[in-house]
Design a protein around this ligand. Structure first.
Ligand SMILES: Nc1nc2c(ncn2[C@@H]2O[C@H](COP(=O)(O)OP(=O)(O)O)[C@@H](O)[C@H]2O)c(=O)[nH]1
Ligand SMILES: [Mg+2]
Length: 400
């Protein structure tokens, strides 16, 4: 399953965001995974389901359909708070970095209202620049990756310069735990315009430029501009956008409140909705009613709480994943158990039907013959690039 890491300094709302994202009314037993650690959970990417367009009632398997929206599970981790100097062991040190090795992307949470200092202490709202918090996370990661790369540097130099190995092969070996492969290691050399054949000539600046380039392509970040419900967040959000980051203004606290209330049946709200509907006004205390009014005001200004948008933006816009619906029978749109439109798979932009087959199962990839578009019943060419919402049936040698 895809995995996103929640990172940032102390007291910005990481745990509130994690709780909100993972509070879901789904019988977890329906899904073939369980939470093994307290800071690991499952959240959902929200995409439009094809059931309405195709006029069928679906029976989802690996994902859920609620009112025509499909929710696709994504693992998330709430990481320990990070401080400057973490790469050298300060605070919780490298623990946060260890947690995110396997992540596809990072959600960097900041207090956009500027009410939290470097060490997580509350300060006058508007007095701290949230851009500094993002820079801190970036710098700590870069220094950590530079240390990793430079461990046994002399050996790397010797192997590469005597042509017993290549720079990208050595990087991939050192950083395979971070899911960095030769291809991304080589691409980073190119975009940083560095010569991988003579690492002995690299300066410390070159090393930092290289790891920064590599980090940006392999661990992309989105900024959760949290506490956007606080008025001073406006300026903070503008600063983050001007600095060129991918920013989603949000309120983790508002989302948490809505999910709790919806769980209790007090209101109707699905993650990602732009508003909510109160079902049982009589049950609310005056304080609760006021709290919900404030949330409603914020949502009207922000187009929702922003929390679901974080996940959707990470996977659909930053990582450019494409949701597709594989089925076994293109006529009935079912799998072998007769379930209609059971699954959604997330494939990388540019993936072919064969890539999808491999993603489903390596055996299916190996025995892949061709795929059929369930809408048109036409065979897809082998270089066809899958599109969002494609419904495809894979024909394999094994299944014939
Ligand atoms: N105003 C506001 N406060 C929030 C929001 N999210 C979290 N907080 C508050 O920020 C403080 C720190 O939250 P927490 O989740 O423990 O932060 P963490 O240390 O980053 O995990 C708590 O007092 C939260 O109630 C939000 O969206 N708006
Ligand atoms: Mg926390």
């Amino acid at each position: 399953m895809e995995l996103a890491g929640i990172v940032g300094k102390a007291n910005v709302g990481k745990s509130t965001l994690f709780t909100a994202l993972t509070m879901i009314e789904v019988p977890a037993a329906n899904f073939p995974f369980t939470t093994t650690k307290p800071n690991r959970g499952v959240t959902y990417l929200r995409v439009t389901c094809v059931c309405r367009e195709l006029g069928v009632k679906d029976s989802p398997g690996n994902s859920l359909c609620v009112d025509g929206m499909r929710f696709v599970p994504i693992s998330i981790i709430d990481c320990p708070g990070i401080v400057r100097g973490a790469h050298a062991g300060r605070g919780m040190g490298l623990q946060f970095l260890d947690e995110i090795r396997q992540a596809d992307a990072l959600i960097v949470v900041v207090d956009a209202s500027g009410g939290t200092d470097d060490d997580g202490n509350p300060v006058q709202p508007g007095s701290h620049d949230p851009v500094e918090d993002v820079r801190m996370v970036e710098d700590e990661m870069d220094l950590w990756m530079a240390d990793l790369l430079q461990k046994d540097w002399n050996r790397l130099v010797r192997l590469v310069e005597t042509k017993q190995s290549t720079f990208q092969a050595e990087v991939a070996r050192k950083m395979s735990g971070l899911r960095i492969n030769e291809q991304s290691a080589e691409a980073a050399l190119e975009s940083a315009e560095l010569d991988g054949s003579t690492p002995s000539k690299w300066t410390q600046q070159d090393v930092l430029l290289y790891v920064r380039t590599l980090r940006r392509s392999t661990k992309p970040m989105i900024i959760a501009a949290n506490k956007a419900d606080v008025p001073t967040s406006r300026e903070g959000i503008r600063g983050l956008v001007d600095a060129g980051y991918d920013v989603v203004p949000c309120s983790a606290e508002a989302e948490k409140l809505l999910r709790l209330a919806s769980k209790k049946g007090v209101l109707k709200y699905s993650p990602g909705d732009e508003s909510f509907e109160v079902l049982e006004t009589a049950k609310l205390t005056t304080d609760q009613r006021r709290a919900l009014e404030r949330v409603a005001d914020f949502m009207a200004r922000n187009g929702g709480t922003g929390v679901q948008r974080l996940i959707d933006k990470v996977y659909l816009e930053v990582l450019k994943y494409v949701p597709v619906f594989p089925v076994e029978d293109p006529n009935t749109l079912t799998d072998s158990k007769g379930r209609v439109l059971p699954d959604v798979y997330l494939v990388k932009e540019g993936s072919t039907p064969r890539d999808l087959a491999y993603k489903i199962h390596s055996d299916l990839g190996e025995s892949f013959l061709y795929a059929v578009d369930a809408r048109t019943k036409m065979r897809l060419s082998s270089d066809y690039r899958l599109k969002s919402g494609d419904v495809v049936s894979i024909v394999s040698a094994a299944r014939r």
